[in-house]
Write a protein that binds this ligand. Structure first.
Ligand code: NAD
Length: 310
């Protein structure tokens, strides 16, 4: 796929913010949005794999790449899990380009441990970067869009949140990350319902791709193919087309949905919905509740296993 800019592309005229866009999936999304004509705010704090440190280098490199392709972009080096970082991110879009149309929440890092060894600090850091790091940019972008709607300029705005298979099914050794990414799904449903009246659509993806987050832990599954002509299914660029479409005006009417995206496959993830049910219109005794529950379980599909479970 060429990243050179399409002036009349799917996102021509739109201003798109991507968090954590200095590397991996966020970088691929930023380049893909720019290739479809969007002006892009490239946010990245430039942290290490475990969230330590910071550097403005990764965001600036992606901005340089977009500009070299003929696109427009600015860098933002703030921490999206802080009020200052999130507010200044929205302000950066408005200052540089005068508008904000799409927010892609993507930034994050891992601190994997089995639950019995998971330190409180590692719990807090991962919940903070993924869950608060989704909430705060969403909250500040939503306040802007609500003000626009109230001023008679109804937005055609989009938010794409980043969950994970870990949030959908659970993942052994990732209790903090799975809880945060499941939280992102709940936040997506609430935001879609609350913001619909202001012209804002909110969806979530659960991606899989070869980045520094996955290339060691899942080395075999993430490996690039041998032949130069073989489809490199785990390249992060394969996830971006769905994100660009969800972030464009073309996705009108699609909101509150969750999609898995990996390689050449897009899957709609059906959410919780009632399965077999029993109602005696009275209080159960514990043993009768147990007997009825066993019958209900026998009539329901077995759950999908958590990633990494035996
Ligand atoms: N790679 C996968 O297979 C996969 C699978 C499921 C979900 N995800 C999710 O996709 C997103 C992107 O992950 P990736 O695999 O590209 O990882 P990555 O480490 O390559 O990129 C994440 C980027 O986020 C930045 N970042 C971290 N904390 C930040 C903060 N507080 N403020 C601003 N930027 C910050 C990092 O500097 C980094 O450049 C993450 O939310 C991740 O959980 C990835």
């Amino acid at each position: 796929m060429s990243n050179s800019r399409t002036p009349d592309g799917l996102c021509a005229g739109r201003v798109v913010v991507v968090t954590g866009a200095g590397r991996g999936l966020g970088r691929a999304h930023a380049l893909a949005f720019a290739a479809e004509g969007a002006r892009v705010v490239v946010n990245d704090l430039g942290v290490a794999r475990d969230g330590a440190g910071s550097s403005t280098g990764p965001a600036q490199e992606v901005v340089a790449e977009i500009r070299a392709n003929g696109g427009e972009a600015v860098a933002h080096g703030g921490d999206i899990a802080t009020t200052d970082g999130a507010a200044s991110l929205v302000a950066a879009a408005l200052d540089a380009f005068g508008r904000l149309d799409t927010l892609v929440n993507n930034a994050g890092f891992l601190r994997d441990r089995m639950l019995v060894n998971l330190d409180e600090d590692d719990w807090d850091a991962v919940m903070r970067v993924h869950l608060k790091g989704h909430f705060l940019p969403l909250r500040h972008a939503a306040a802007h869009w609500r003000a626009e709607a109230k001023a008679g300029r109804r937005p055609d705005a989009r938010v794409v949140n980043t969950s994970s298979g870990a949030g959908l099914l659970g993942s052994v050794g990732q209790g903090n990350y799975s809880a945060a990414k499941a939280g992102v799904l709940g936040l997506t449903l609430v935001a879609a319902a609350e913001l619909a009246g202001y012209g804002v659509q909110v969806n979530a993806i659960a991606p899989a791709a070869r980045t520094r987050m996955t290339e060691q832990a899942f080395a075999a599954a993430m490996a690039a193919p041998d032949g130069p002509d073989a489809f490199d299914a785990m390249a992060p660029e394969n996830v971006s087309p769905l994100v660009v479409w969800l972030g464009s005006a073309a996705s009108a009417g699609v909101t509150g949905r969750v999609f898995e995206a990996e390689g050449g496959r897009i899957t709609v993830m059906d959410g919780w919905r009632p399965g077999p049910t029993a109602d005696i219109s009275a209080r159960w005794s514990p043993s009768a509740a147990g007997e009825a529950t066993r019958a209900l379980l026998a009539a329901s599909a077995p759950p999908l296993p958590a990633y990494g479970s035996r």
